[in-house]
Design a binder for this molecule. Structure first.
Ligand code: KG4
Ligand code: ZN
Length: 355
């Protein structure tokens, strides 16, 4: 069964065709980064306009690359939540219209669950798909520009949130630090590269103290916070500006990036390791844009007692393949969505209140 998956929840206009929930036949991602870079962040109005302009061509390319046409598609899926409302509506309505016109089943997909499904996809030219798939349950680590979620994944459509951010998401912290230092946009990939030549111990940025309760640590053991780190790194900018020589600046850039990245990953891993300890689970499946981070991958690979599974780099960020993949699982269970389903910007329970 070939499913066409459409993803327009943020600034990537994406479509893919996936066979039987596993084999990626095509995966087209048209990024809007150049259109948002001047603002160092996604401008929702620009994002939805670009999706409207691009969606038809992106879907056409996905069909062509899969070696098929509309007649070769058996079902259509699109991200319906969470995300930017205007952006979501473009992909969702396009997908509904496609399904209606050809009388195909339609599936409205949750973006968070789709990210957690990405590592189950078999993408050509990558090592993904060759390793045996992990059995449920496992620990999910969903880290993106909008979310930081540590969860117990019971099934493809069933997660229990164990920890989340109490303020900024992990990717958001990368983006904001990068914006303040003028490193570039989006910040995650830029900082990751810059950090490679820096000293991660050059600056000692603080870890948040979230753990309260009796005994200490009883609550928030699996939660994260990034606003304190972000503020500390940005405050360092004043000192940094005093550095007069360009070569000093370049070295400082790299040191700041490396020290920030080390702390950002430490924050995530501290919560993740607590979740592993609490649940007794030994498999971690990551997803989301920050799952592309080289230090995060390295640090998890070092834990030989844990099996850690990451999607291939091109499936970490937003893409249509994860949407098509998970949709197939719903269809297998005989579940599809009515064409009356609409988009929602938020999902309850993913951002916990604090304390
Ligand atoms: O999943 P995604 O494409 O979109 C959302 O659902 O938010 O994630 C985008 C986020 C951005 O914040 C970006 O800076 C971050 O993922 N990111 C990274 C890396 N590559 C992308 N963060 C850290 N290291 C990276 N290599
Ligand atoms: Zn995403």
């Amino acid at each position: 069964m070939n499913v066409l998956g459409i993803e327009t929840s943020c600034d990537e206009c994406a479509a893919a065709v996936v066979e039987d929930g596993r084999k990626v036949l095509s995966n087209v991602v048209a990024t809007q980064i150049p259109f948002h870079a001047a603002w160092n962040g996604v401008v929702p109005e620009i994002a939805s306009r670009k999706h409207t302009e691009w969606i038809q061509a992106v879907v056409r390319e996905a069909l062509e690359k899969a070696g098929t046409g509309p007649g070769g598609i058996d079902a259509v899926a699109a991200t319906a939540r969470p995300g930017l409302l205007g952006s979501l509506l473009v992909g969702l309505n396009f997908a509904k219209a496609f399904a209606w016109a050809r009388d195909l089943p339609f599936v409205a997909v949750d973006h968070i669950l789709a990210h957690l499904y990405a590592s189950r996809l078999d993408a050509a030219g990558t090592s993904a798909g060759t390793a045996p798939l992990p059995d449920y349950p496992f620990l999910g680590l969903l880290v993106s520009g909008g979310h930081s979620i540590i969860c117990r994944v019971e099934d493809f459509n069933d997660i229990a949130v164990l920890g989340t951010t109490i303020d900024d998401a992990a990717g958001e912290a990368f983006d904001k630090v990068s914006k303040h230092y003028g490193f570039g946009y989006p910040g995650g990939g830029v900082i990751d590269k810059l950090a490679a030549s820096g000293n991660p111990n050059a600056f000692a940025f603080p870890l948040p103290h979230l753990w309260k309760g009796n005994p200490p640590g009883a609550v928030h053991r699996c939660d994260v916070s990034y606003s304190g780190l972000k503020t500390a790194v940005i405050n360092q900018l004043e000192q940094f500006r005093l550095s007069p020589r360009q070569e000093d600046r370049d070295a400082e850039n790299a040191n700041i990036a490396a020290s920030f990245q080390r702390t950002a990953v430490d924050i995530l891993l501290r919560a993740l390791f607590n979740a592993l300890e609490d649940t007794g689970l030994r498999t971690v499946v990551a997803g989301g844009g920050v799952a592309a981070n080289s230090l995060l991958r390295l640090r998890l690979a070092e834990r030989k007692d844990i099996r850690s599974i990451f999607p291939p780099l091109e499936l970490c960020g937003d893409n249509g393949a994860m949407v098509a993949g998970i949709a197939y699982r719903y269809l297998q269970k005989g579940e599809s969505s009515p064409l009356t389903v609409t988009a929602s910007a938020r999902v309850q329970g993913f951002k916990r209140r604090y304390p």
